[in-house]
Design a protein around this ligand. Structure first.
Ligand SMILES: Nc1ncnc2c1ncn2[C@@H]1O[C@H](COP(=O)(O)OP(=O)(O)OP(=O)(O)O)[C@@H](O)[C@H]1O
Ligand SMILES: [Mg+2]
Length: 334
């Protein structure tokens, strides 16, 4: 999947308030241009799992709509598995699946099962294949409990599971997910993430995921693409971003009593490191900048003074990393 200088401008009417404004607009309409996607370029290989993130209004959904062929770009190129989506919508539809958390693609008044059998006909899926797919969905998504209810009567979590099944029935090469876990409870979220991970791993389906939920990213994606105001501002491996941005590490020690922290020596040897001794338990933690000191040095220091029972090092969360990146964006915006 390739986007090359992909651009989308929207034209919207500018109208002064009130009746006079409306009449004036009728006689002499004025328009304003808004560039939602501004010369975006990226290339995604088959089988990758990419998080496509950015603040509200950054242009994420607009990009996905161009990739699915719903919107025609104003400029630049887009190619998905060798197909130009807006020019060959039918061919593109065979290659892709899409889930939009905000709205369903199921037929509202039809029982879920009938929506799925309709899709089977549309995509000309052989019976055996259909049965196999349905079994896979049943295993993780548990559709059975609501297959016979019309889409409008099922809960949000059930609807999202059904939408996922609908988007994957024809075993597409690419799956677009635009906020697939929005409004779901933790257990449904977990099940959906597990399912997407498996689809990516087992079928090699390329995943492009838009979300504001950092756990979705952590669970599903290996690569991070951040956009802001229609432009790509970061593109790289998730782990690399963590390493580059998350400078702080915390090591938690549990030691056998009595505790010998060596507070003054610690402060002298590792200026800037922050010690935390909880009032309960027999342990403490040290927070430090890993660009200044290595975890090994800190652990050495503690081992010389204590008998260590247990150690763990906090992994920087992607939430923290992305928050830092957003803060940098806002600073540069001025
Ligand atoms: N059909 C449209 N007509 C005019 N402007 C639009 C249209 N669709 C989107 N926009 C504008 O384009 C910009 C990008 O919108 P988009 O929906 O792509 O953002 P997003 O990154 O998906 O945001 P969110 O995180 O809130 O979903 C916004 O300023 C939005 O108002
Ligand atoms: Mg959006």
């Amino acid at each position: 999947m390739v986007a090359d200088n992909l651009t989308k401008e929207f034209r919207h009417a500018v109208k002064k308030p009130g009746l006079t404004g409306s009449i004036r607009h009728l006689l002499n309409p004025e328009y304003e241009k808004k560039t939602a996607v501004d010369r975006i370029s990226f290339s995604i290989e088959r089988g990758e799992s990419v998080a496509y993130v950015g603040p509200n209004g950054a242009g994420k959904s607009t990009t996905i709509k161009m990739l699915t062929g719903i919107l025609v770009p104003t400029g630049g190129q887009v190619l998905v598995d060798g197909v130009i989506p807006y020019k060959n919508r039918i061919e593109n539809a065979r290659n892709i699946g899409a889930v939009f958390g905000q709205r369903t693609q199921l037929w509202w008044d039809l029982p879920v099962l009938e929506s799925l059998t309709l899709l089977k006909e549309i995509y000309e899926i052989p019976d055996r294949e259909y049965k196999k797919r349905m079994e896979l969905f049943e295993d993780i998504l548990h559709l059975g409990e609501f297959l016979h209810l019309p889409a409008r009567k099922i809960s949000l979590g059930q609807r999202m599971r059904a939408d996922l099944a609908a988007s994957l029935l024809h075993n597409p090469k690419v799956l677009y997910l635009d906020e697939p876990t929005i409004g779901l409870d933790v257990s449904v979220k977990a099940r959906i993430r597990q399912f997407i991970r498996e689809v990516n791993r087992e079928s090699g389906t390329t995943i492009l995921l838009t979300t504001h939920d950092m756990e979705d990213i952590e669970d599903i994606c290996k690569r991070l693409l951040i956009i802001d105001r229609g432009r790509v501002i970061f593109d790289g491996e998730l782990q690399a971003v963590k390493d580059a941005f998350a400078q702080e590490r915390t090591i938690h020690f549990e030691v056998r009593a009595p505790l010998h922290v060596g507070e003054e020596e610690l402060a002298a040897q590792f200026p800037g490191a922050v010690l935390h001794i909880p009032s309960e338990g027999s342990g403490f933690s040290v927070r430090f900048n890993r660009f200044y000191y290595s975890a090994g040095d800190i652990i050495d220091f503690v081992t010389k003074r204590n008998e260590i029972v247990d150690i763990h090092i906090d992994e920087p969360s992607i939430e923290l990393v992305i928050r830092q990146i957003y803060e940098v964006i806002l600073t540069f915006r001025g």
